[in-house]
Structure formats: structure tokens, C-alpha cells
Design a binder for this molecule. Structure first.
Ligand SMILES: [Zn+2]
Length: 250
């Protein structure tokens, strides 16, 4: 090999490596941008943080739906516990309607929100498709007539529809599940809550693939993280509160 050829080959190899390194770097950058866009960090709160009610659907003699070896009440409780953990990690205060396998009337669940002057109420459920088709995805319900407290009305119109939109957006972002949108329906548990309230149907246990996903702990964490981020996003859209130390949605 002539020296000139050697130099040319070396230069070509170096250029190829540089191009490769460049595309790896831009892929990493793109990934970071996506992560920043779709997964804002939860804001930090101090001890005056708002209180959130997390409601695990069904319980006790009311098992909810059953399919693919999943009993809704058990999975709802597992998810609610994870949501609680995520919210508390960001400094929010949390009360759960039930932390064991007990039956609780719907009005008692909503009443807890009044008792604790909750800022928001989230009910966790799993969906079923009775028709035997393979429906999939996540949907969030809200009662459009949910009454607001005098304080909420005085500050800024906040609605359960906004709350549902924030939760639905974030939970679909963290799980990559099919986005079935938000829906207005006056389920008693959200209609009776005296604060913005949503009911999240976290996936179809009748779907073979989605029930398999829901059996994975890491997927259930993604669901919980999405719901918690939705709560944070919604609370951040409220007028400035003293309890919020710093906002972190970038
Ligand atoms: Zn249910």
C-alpha cells in the first residue's frame, strides 16, 4: 500500500467513526428531549402541600371485574398503593379510601374528600370488554357537574375535565398504552367528591396483551407514575400556592 493511500484510508475511517459518534450523540440528545417532553418531574411540595384522595375501586364482597386471572379489586388496590407512593415521593399528602380488601360504599369514599378538604380525588379501576373483542387502552372519566369549593371558584375555574385531561395525557405518555381519551360520565364516586375528581380505567383486563402487561410490576409502576404526574400537572396549573417549593415541568 502506498503511503498516500494509507493516509486516505485512515482519513476515511476517522470520518466514518466521527459520523457514527455524531449519530449516536444525536440519538442520545433526541432521547433526552423526548424524555423531557413526555415525563416532567414531579414538583416538590412543603408540609402545606395539597392533600390527594386515592381510591382503589371495589373491595371486599365487591370484586369488580374478573378476567385473565385478574380480580379488579386486587389490581386496583395494588395500583392505588403505587400511586400513593409516587405522590408522597413528590411531597404531596395522600389519603387512601381503603388500604385493605374491604368493602366501602361509594358515598363514604367521596365523603373522605370533604373530610380532609382534598385538592383532588383519583379513583383507580380496571376496564372490561364484555363483547369478547380485544379492546385495549386507558380512559379517564370525570363528572362535568362536580361541585367546586368556594375557594376554588374564587381563584380560577378549575374543572374535573382539565384534571382528567392531565391524568389521561400523562398516563398514556408513561405507559404508551392506547389513548381512549377522557369521557364525561357521572359515576357516583366522582360526581359526589367535593373537589376535582377523576376515575381512571387503567387498562382492559379482558385483553390478553394488556392483562399480561398489567401483571408486570414495572408496567404497574408506569401506570402509577403517569397518574401521579397527571395530578402534579393539574395542580401546577392552579393559581400559585405557598406549598409549592419549585416547579419542575420543563
Ligand atoms: Zn371498576
Amino acid at each position: 500500500m502506498k503511503f498516500r493511500h494509507f493516509i486516505a484510508l485512515t482519513a476515511q475511517t476517522l470520518l466514518a467513526f466521527a459520523a457514527l459518534a455524531g449519530s449516536v450523540a444525536s440519538l442520545v440528545w433526541l432521547e433526552r428531549q423526548n424524555a423531557a417532553l413526555t415525563a416532567p418531574d414531579l414538583p416538590r411540595w412543603d408540609e402545606t402541600a395539597p392533600l390527594i384522595i386515592v381510591d382503589a375501586g371495589h373491595g371486599g364482597h365487591d370484586g369488580g371485574a374478573v378476567a385473565n386471572d385478574i380480580i379488579e379489586k386486587n389490581l386496583a388496590l395494588d395500583l392505588a398503593r403505587r400511586v400513593k407512593r409516587e405522590l408522597e415521593a413528590s411531597g404531596l399528602r395522600v389519603r387512601t379510601t381503603r388500604d385493605t380488601d374491604v368493602f366501602l360504599p361509594l358515598e363514604d369514599r367521596a365523603a373522605l374528600a370533604a373530610k380532609h378538604q382534598a385538592a383532588a380525588f383519583v379513583s383507580v379501576h380496571l376496564n372490561t370488554d364484555g363483547a369478547g373483542s380485544d379492546a385495549e387502552g386507558i380512559e379517564t372519566y370525570f363528572a362535568d357537574s362536580a361541585p367546586l369549593s368556594a375557594r376554588q371558584l374564587a381563584s380560577k375555574p378549575v374543572s374535573s375535565a382539565d384534571f382528567a385531561a392531565a391524568v389521561q395525557r400523562m398516563v398514556c405518555s408513561t405507559t404508551k398504552a392506547q389513548n381512549r381519551g377522557t369521557k364525561a360520565r357521572s359515576y357516583a364516586v366522582v360526581a359526589q367528591a367535593p373537589c376535582p375528581a377523576v376515575l381512571v380505567e387503567c387498562g382492559f383486563i379482558t385483553s390478553e396483551s394488556e392483562s399480561a402487561q398489567l401483571k408486570r410490576e414495572s408496567y404497574r409502576d408506569q401506570v402509577a407514575q403517569g397518574i401521579a404526574k397527571g395530578v402534579a400537572l393539574f395542580l401546577q396549573a392552579q393559581p400559585a400556592r405557598p406549598g409549592l417549593i419549585a416547579t419542575a415541568v420543563k
